[in-house]
Design a protein. Sequence first.
Length: 415
Amino acid sequence: MTTVQHNSPSGKIDILIVGGGLVGGSLAVALASVGFNIVVADHIDQRSQLDAEFDGRASAIALTPQKMLTQIGMWQHIEDNTAAIKDIRVADGDSRLFLHYDHLDIGEEALGYMVENRFLREAIFACIAQMPNITYAAPLKIKACRHHPGGVEAVAESGDTVTASLIVGADGRASQIREDAGISLIQWSYHQTGIVLTVGHERPHHNVAHEHFLPAGPFAILPLPTENGVNRASIVWTEPTDIAASLLALPADQFLAEFSNRFGDFLGELKLIGPRWSYPLSLQYAEKSTGERLALAGDSAHVMHPIAGQGLNMGMRDVAALAEVLTDARRLGMDIGAADVLAEYESWRRFDNTLMLALTDGLTRLFSNDIAPVRLARDFGLAVMNRAGPLKKFFVGHAMGKAGDLPRLLKGEAL
């Protein structure tokens, strides 16, 4: 059995982050930027998976997480590969009633930015390469944790061990760290599948994001930057699981025809770019986000329907809150793995995550049907909200991530 050594001269490890994805990697960069010694343990080496063939998804980064990424030095590696979201247009099927969010309603800043996940990963590893107080250990799959006074020892399947003051589980919806800690889940399936792809289109998108609520589920058209002169959009297309499987099995030309029927012709001629991916859609919520010398972040703690495009943003809000709680505790000379320190993180994030999970679940149930009275009521609601200035500004601010008690990083301030 060998011990994973840290890059720092002391070899001391403050925090072990299990999972080096978008949330775990961003957390490592944020914590390392204020001097924590970090080990990131990942069951796969994502440094060799930095292309679109590995993960074709793109993420909507709201304004406040974008400010955080700028503050911790990641955004400079991303910004040339982003598309600003300046307007959001929400429509219920083919109804003429709609809801339109315009960034100019509340200022000059964009509502958010679209960025392909591959560029977020590249930014994480570009920062890790510049930070000697982060050790990226991969492939390294943690199988068990043993607690002792003042710390916790993680044991990998390989026999390697890592001893730290705190473990952060950022290892996704199937989190082994969460399961080993005995933290149970509230969960249910929507019996829907999200089909994800990139499409080229003839006319420019003018930085407008579209959300079409169809009876089968939402159909999102999200602006991407032009690449090699081709206008592009990221698509999140929701269908019942059995229908999605049939669609994904179609030859490319037939799939494009089905896709075009839902997309429409407002952006001109369409073409598929790259592979198609699919992901099961469900709700998951950990009964608590902390345990003995343990904190959960991102999908390990909460998984929501992509109907509002907030999944990664909620993970980034976890990052900002946890980084601030740990930084402040260390400055006060406190044990960063102590129960009272972790309780502050739990309390800070619980209401925000619960509210967003309830909101996305409610929207999914409200719009994923074609019941005439319900459709009439929701169309009327969209039209009323579109004309209600203060209420509309409130929801725009929420979409930008400005709601709630914001950690310093989400305000663009240093830790």
